[in-house]
Design a protein around this ligand. Structure first.
Ligand code: FO1
Length: 327
């Protein structure tokens, strides 16, 4: 493992306290990199729960599970979500019965949804269950749901309003989007530890992972008090652009931007975070945006943000943490 001497050896301190804001697949990759360069007890990964939904009587929390499986080293490397070495007996049997089979639940993955649903019904909090599962899977850093209260991302499209997973999986992101809202957000409380960490003067950096700004990061920022807490926090807030060469590495970010009449650029991403940011990490393929970005935020770092291998993830995490120290 890279932790310990190696990390300290090349000048990136592992004693920094870092809070990462994260969605699903893209964010989980950087979270994995961060887990290799930051001491376990000093890294908290706050995860979007706007994608969560009830399906087949189960509570499904896709972004939490993606981060959990990624950090446990058991994520499906082809999809970036679900488990590696998965089998599909449950889905096959469900299809045979004419059940709702548009959302794939592998046999191993199913166990997590059943266990979480059981524990929620017994009154345990989502954050408690997530921490318990992380401990079972030997995950060091803390995975913290943004809230223990339910929030549901709703996608407004030209064919009507859709719950997030209906838009994303069932409709394959086809309907053009016109907007988003987060059902339950006004009543939802950010997890108290999220606000506590942001208020802690020992915090060294907040990192906004390269996740979809509309449906992964915005739900976290829209929780009452979170944007203000980010503006007030003493640590630098750094965002990593999810745009690489004018495209999103995965997912519908760029398609959404086009439908919302926004250019597919890092500049447009930065605009969404401008009030909370001290620094922005731009991919080297988008160097044309550099001059404009420099007029919008105090610090800009340009690097390779494509995370194709574990080494890339660690290298980017190191670059971001190092950049935060300089901000
Ligand atoms: N994504 C898909 O494109 N199709 C699926 O059938 C699907 C099932 C699924 C099951 C569990 C889980 O944790 C994630 C799953 N995802 C699936 C991914 C998920 O919809 C997205 O990654 C996020 O919600 C977007 O961040």
């Amino acid at each position: 493992m890279f932790k310990g001497a190696d990390v300290k050896g090349d000048g990136v301190t592992s004693s920094q306290r870092v809070l990462a804001l994260c969605g699903g697949v893209g964010g989980a990759k950087l979270a994995l990199g961060l887990s290799h360069v930051i001491d376990d007890e000093k890294l908290t990964i706050v995860v979007n729960t706007g994608d969560d939904f009830d399906h087949l009587g189960l509570r499904i929390c896709p972004d939490i599970d993606t981060v959990t499986y990624t950090l446990a080293g058991i994520v499906n490397p082809e999809t970036g979500w679900g488990r590696a070495g998965e089998t599909g007996s449950f889905m096959d049997a469900l299809s045979m019965l004419g059940g709702e089979d548009w959302f794939y639940l592998g046999d191993k993955d199913l166990a997590l949804h059943v266990e979480r649903t059981r524990r929620l019904a017994e009154g345990e909090s989502l954050s408690g269950i997530t921490a318990g599962i992380a401990q079972q899977l030997d995950i060091g850093p803390r995975i913290l749901p943004m809230s223990d209260d339910p929030v549901a991302t709703m996608v407004e499209t030209t064919s009507g309003t859709l719950a997030f997973q209906h838009y994303f999986v069932r409709e394959r992101c086809q309907p053009p989007v016109t907007g988003f809202y987060f059902d339950g957000i006004e009543a939802a409380k950010p997890h108290s530890d999220l606000l506590g960490i942001l208020a802690d003067s020992c915090l060294d950096a907040v990192i906004v992972c390269p996740s979809n700004p509309f449906v992964s990061i915005d739900p976290i920022l829209s929780l009452p008090g979170v944007r203000q807490a980010l503006r007030d926090c003493s640590a630098p807030v750094i965002a990593v652009s999810p745009i690489v060469g004018g495209k999103a590495v995965k997912g519908p970010t760029v398609k959404m931007m086009a439908e919302l009449d926004l250019a597919p650029t890092s500049v447009e991403v930065l605009k969404r975070y401008q009030d909370i940011l001290n620094g922005f990490v731009l991919d080297k393929r988008d160097i044309n945006d550099l001059e404009q970005l420099k007029t919008m935020v105090d610090y800009v770092e340009i690097t390779d943000t494509l995370m194709l291998s574990l080494d890339h993830k660690i290298a980017l995490a190191r670059a971001v943490v190092d950049f935060a120290r300089r901000c």
